[in-house]
Design a binder for this molecule. Structure first.
Ligand SMILES: NC(=O)c1ccc[n+]([C@@H]2O[C@H](COP(=O)([O-])OP(=O)(O)OC[C@H]3O[C@@H](n4cnc5c(N)ncnc54)[C@H](OP(=O)(O)O)[C@@H]3O)[C@@H](O)[C@H]2O)c1
Length: 308
């Protein structure tokens, strides 16, 4: 049985059908199991579990062969701050999995995670990676680049964009972003990350490996806006906000909302420092057919029929 912590995440939801089709038995967990009721079918158990509550994690791990951890709390606040959920919660889950005899642990980290990263969240990811490696558990660490999907918002006219800074795009045909928007980054479809998570759970060559995952394209925010504009037929209007805004927010929010402060710091860093990635080596070992952003946007529009 495979336990998915963060089953309601974009990766969790994308991997459920892949695993069911391959005949696996699943235990899906959420803090609010009602979110998962559409996945209730033969071979699926749904449990309530919270990385902040040890007893719930112990219950969730009982009788489980493999764990897929794809949760995060990047902008969580107070008791839900990343330190408690991502760092302490990650270590807790690893400890409980080991004690309960889990045979393999798959951890969704992030590309660029490092203990010297300027972002607390990326440092937490690196710390959990290190903890998992020394735990004695068989593991696979996946390090994806930023996803197309999680920051998109459904608007009445069509779909929006693959990153927070462009949220306004389809609402008002306006792509709002911080800085110049000319710095290339790699983006990947959450569905493609789920394909790698499937490999991590099923392919022996992924055992005790760290796999970096990106998409096929390195794009600037302006290029992303162009792609959305082409795919949706909505002309783009760009609204570049000075970097001073997230820079000041990063400093001002630190004592009150460290998660949002961290996100603002990441926004500043993203406009300054490119993060391109080349998938050639990874694809040689794991031949996954990756999705281009424009095809992904078309597919989203076809599936959800949002355009009126
Ligand atoms: N999004 C990206 O651009 C990106 C890039 C690189 C890596 N990743 C990593 O990929 C994974 C999936 O990301 P995503 O964007 O698909 O996630 P998401 O859609 O934002 O979902 C977050 C998940 O975290 C779970 N969660 C939050 N707090 C929790 C807690 N206290 N206990 C248990 N579960 C908790 C939520 O579960 P419930 O609310 O149902 O409890 C939810 O399923 C994460 O590990 C993330 O760090 C994401």
């Amino acid at each position: 049985m495979i336990l998915i912590i963060g089953a309601s995440s974009t990766v969790g939801k994308a991997i459920i059908p892949l695993l069911l089709e391959a005949g696996h038995t699943l235990r899906l967990s959420s803090r609010d199991p009602g979110k998962l009721k559409t996945y209730q079918t033969a071979g699926v158990g749904i449990v309530q579990a919270d990385l902040l509550e040890k007893a719930s994690i112990e219950r969730a791990c009982q009788g489980v062969d493999q764990v897929l951890m794809c949760s995060h709390s990047i902008i969580g606040r107070g008791k839900n701050a990343s330190k408690f959920v991502d760092l302490d919660g990650g270590r807790l889950l690893i400890d409980v999995a080991r004690k309960q005899g889990v045979s393999h642990f798959v951890y969704l980290s992030a590309l660029g995670a490092s203990t010297s990263h300027s972002s607390t969240f990326f440092r937490h990811k690196a710390q959990v990676e290190a903890y998992l490696k020394q735990s004695g558990l068989s593991y696979t660490i996946l390090r994806p680049s930023a996803f197309f999907l999680p920051h998109t918002v459904l608007h009445s006219q069509a779909f929006s964009q693959p990153q927070l800074a462009l949220q306004e795009f389809l609402a008002g045909s306006k792509a709002t972003f911080f800085g110049r928007g000319e710095t290339p980054h790699n983006y990947v479809a959450n569905e493609d990350v789920a394909r790698f998570a499937f490999i991590a759970l099923t392919d022996p060559q992924a055992v005790n490996q760290t796999i970096e995952i990106g998409g096929l394209e390195n794009l600037t925010v302006r290029e992303v806006a162009e792609i959305y504009s082409r795919a949706t037929g909505i002309p783009k209007t760009l609204n570049a906000m000075p970097l001073l805004i997230p820079g000041l927010m990063h400093l001002a929010l630190k004592p009150f909302h460290p998660g949002l402060s961290d996100a603002m710091g990441i926004a500043v860093e993203n406009d300054r420092v490119p993060s391109p990635f080349d998938m050639t080596a990874t694809l040689k070992q794991y031949p996954v057919a990756l999705t281009r952003l424009e095809d992904w946007v078309y597919a989203q529009m076809r599936e959800r029929q949002p355009v009126v």
